[in-house]
Design a binder for this molecule. Structure first.
Ligand code: UDP
Length: 479
């Protein structure tokens, strides 16, 4: 807990309440933000956690770091668990967000009332709290507003992605979306309103209906519009034009305070146990020689793609560190395999040159001098972590904002390239070789290093991120 400068004379520090969406890619930046607000603003932070991932949260290092957690929705835990995606690739993520809002709204009202009542006890008058809420949790924001609690919205994706979501109603009116067919000639059409995006980059997920997608985007945009400000885990040098479009288009104060993982005090936020032995293995590899392969916490592959990936990596000349998350391989029946078996001969073919783990300390891996390329699904955290450590990417996006992020990597920042179409071993082998061993890959690495330097500058005194953090702290104190 903190003491000191959060409130006016004699008051306790202002309490900041936080509510992340309960998925790794949303929890991580929220906890990093908690760290930043505690260090830079002296705020006292309480984190609401939806009653899912209970086992993982229980041993979460953030609890040990002195953050207070309040579980929301224990009474609807079974229904919440049903919403959690079991098959990443085909998940209706927009539908899940809407359902979570429905389920959590009433329990959150109870929890918030309890927390506010605690503050009213005691001799010193506490400064009233504010709530930083994930931008997808519009229902929680409405509850907070009704109870007189000011809110800030944390957008865990990039600015380009939100600009694209803001344009969707217009694109539907114009008949650009949905495409009349899934014919490649239709999918490859440029969306002229949002260069360099193509129609295929705007399809969100094969299992999400257009109505659900639109409702989800409305929920995100309303949540931002109704808040006192929106916080982005990005930085000016890579997204200034899109950040300005958001500030103007939604008439909201925008705080670009990323890359959060470079400014938070290194609070460990992983729900899965990280296998740190891979760092020792990396120590033995040559500089910028290793391809790191990981598709985040939700994306999945089928058994055939697993086979092609294994042989693509085995046949390439490149050393690799490959994360195969438990339950991330989908069988023909749609069920998921807990224990993944790699093809016969794979181990012999890659001995000494490859390592497979079930979950890695990704930020440490990307920072390691031996890593020269990242084969990623382009979740926003992974994309930003890669850019900020100067690591170029081969991109295999699957759903949600991943296609938009990948397209920016290829066309705007030019720090990687897309791997499209059927996943075949020959294509993987050629892509890995291009990224790690050829001049094209080296050029992408040079550009990525430029952004790494820019990210570092942004967090120093006088940098855009440093300035945005100060302004955000002042805003929170003034609410
Ligand atoms: N991550 C990790 N170990 C792994 C793979 C991923 O710690 O083996 C972390 C990664 O550093 C990132 C997060 O998990 O912060 C994944 O977030 P992202 O937005 O990239 O993808 P999502 O999981 O939401 O699809």
């Amino acid at each position: 807990a903190s003491s000191g400068d959060g409130g006016a004379g004699g008051r306790r520090s202002r309490r900041v309440l936080m509510f992340p969406l309960p998925f790794q890619g949303h929890i991580t930046p929220m906890l990093q933000l908690a760290d930043v607000l505690r260090c830079h603003g002296g705020f006292d932070v309480t984190i609401f956690q939806a009653a899912v991932n209970d086992a993982e949260w229980a041993r979460h290092p953030a609890a040990a770091a002195g953050y207070r957690f309040v579980t929301v929705g224990a009474g609807v835990a079974a229904a919440l668990a049903e919403t959690v995606p079991s098959k990443g690739t085909n998940s209706d993520f927009a539908g899940i967000i809407l359902r979570m809002n429905e389920l959590l709204r009433a329990p959150f009202e109870d929890s918030l009332r309890e927390v506010l009542a605690e503050d009213a006890v005691g001799d010193d008058t506490p400064a009233p709290p504010c709530l930083v809420v994930d931008s997808t949790l519009r229902g929680m924001q409405e509850v907070a507003s009704r109870l007189g609690v000011p809110t800030l919205s944390l957008r865990t994706g990039g600015a380009a992605c939100l600009v694209a979501y803001m344009a969707v109603p217009e694109l539907i009116d114009k008949g650009v979306l949905p495409p009349p067919s899934r014919d490649p000639s239709q999918l490859d059409m440029p969306v002229t309103e949002l260069p360099p995006l193509r129609v295929r980059d705007m399809l969100f997920s094969a299992t999400t209906t257009q109505a659900t997608m639109v409702a989800c985007f409305e929920c995100i945009i309303e949540s931002i519009r109704c808040s006192s400000g929106v916080i982005f885990n990005t930085f000016d040098d890579i997204e200034s034009a899109d950040l300005q479009k958001i500030a103007g288009g939604l008439s909201v104060a925008v705080y670009a305070i990323g890359p959060l993982h470079k400014i938070s005090a290194g609070l460990e936020s992983s729900l899965l146990t990280q296998d740190r032995s891979c760092l020792e293995w990396l120590d033995k590899q040559e500089a910028e020689s290793v391809l790191y392969v990981s598709f985040g916490s939700l994306a999945s592959m089928d058994a055939d793609e697993l086979l092609e990936t294994a042989w693509g990596l085995a046949n390439s000349p490149v050393p690799f560190l490959w994360v195969i998350r438990p339950n991330s391989v989908v069988q023909g029946s749609g069920s998921q395999q807990g224990q993944v078996s790699l093809p016969d001969g794979f181990e012999d073919a890659t001995r000494g040159r490859g390592m497979v783990v079930s979950w890695a300390p990704q930020q440490d891996v990307l920072r390691h001098r031996a890593v020269g390329g990242f084969w990623t699904h382009n979740g926003w955290n992974s994309t930003l972590e890669s850019i900020c450590d100067g690591v170029p990417m081969m991109c295999r996006p699957q759903f949600a904002d991943q296609m938009i992020n990948a397209r920016y990597v290829e066309e705007v920042w030019k720090v990687g390239f897309l791997l499209e179409g059927k996943l075949e071993r020959g294509v993987i082998q050629a892509a890995a070789t291009k990224l790690l061993c050829m001049e094209e890959g080296k050029e992408m690495r040079r550009r990525a290093k430029h952004f790494k330097d820019r990210a570092a500058v942004s967090t120093e005194n006088g940098g855009s991120t440093k300035a945005a953090i100060s302004m955000l702290v002042e805003l929170i104190k003034s609410l």
